[in-house]
Design a protein around this ligand. Structure first.
Ligand SMILES: Cc1cc2nc3c(=O)[nH]c(=O)nc-3n(C[C@H](O)[C@H](O)[C@H](O)COP(=O)(O)O)c2cc1C
Length: 183
């Protein structure tokens, strides 16, 4: 898929088919994340992959997901948890860049997945404290996001339908509202 087509067609996917994510697609996703730019090339991102059904169900039950909506992750064939090692952080102008760096890398992963037809949904509504303890992560690590990955199911479930009513997929601000030319 061309980059612009990938960007134009990507949307959050919350219902997945049973099929696993092919190994070569996962490797492509990881390579896309690995090659992301980062402040002073510190590369603070760390990724945890879960493909075992039992582990995915257990994580869903133990990560303090907020609201029933996020229980759809139980049905995904793969989860990726995007973390950042804050020991690798670069602080400039009062900004911590580990968050920016990891976000860029994770979105490169998400776009690459979509270019292979693999859907995902960035999730923020979980308890970092609970998930960190369940995963037994080092103290210096933060969890930036998690996402299920898999081929989109043909039929969307109740959660997706409800979410779309207030977080409409194609709803975006017009350019006039977000761009200011100073030429
Ligand atoms: C930082 C961030 C956090 C998000 N958290 C959640 C979440 O916890 N649960 C969820 O269902 N979707 C979540 N989303 C997905 C957004 O609702 C979705 O991206 C937005 O509505 C636009 O729709 P689209 O991704 O289909 O274009 C999140 C997206 C981002 C970027």
């Amino acid at each position: 898929m061309e980059l612009m087509e990938t960007i134009l067609t990507r949307h959050s996917v919350r219902d997945f088919r049973d099929e696993p994510v092919p190994e070569e697609v996962l490797q492509d996703m990881l390579e896309a994340a690995r090659l992301a730019p980062s402040a002073q090339n510190r590369q603070p991102w760390r990724f945890i992959i879960l493909r075992d059904r039992e582990k995915i169900r257990s994580l869903a039950a133990n990560c303090g997901l907020i609201g029933l909506s996020n229980f759809f992750i139980k049905k995904a064939p793969m989860l990726v948890i995007a973390c950042a090692d804050t020991d690798k952080n670069l602080r400039v102008n009062g900004q911590d860049y580990y968050l920016v760096d990891t976000t860029i890398a994770f979105h490169q992963m998400i776009l690459t997945a979509w270019s292979h037809g693999i859907g995902s949904c960035w999730l923020a509504a979980f308890s970092e404290k609970k998930l960190k303890s369940w995963l037994q992560l080092p103290k210096s690590w933060r969890i930036i996001a998690l996402s299920p990955f898999g081929y989109p199911a043909e039929k969307t479930g109740v959660y997706s339908k409800v979410l779309k009513t207030f977080a409409g997929s194609k709803d975006r601000l017009p350019l006039e509202q977000i761009v200011r030319y100073l030429d």
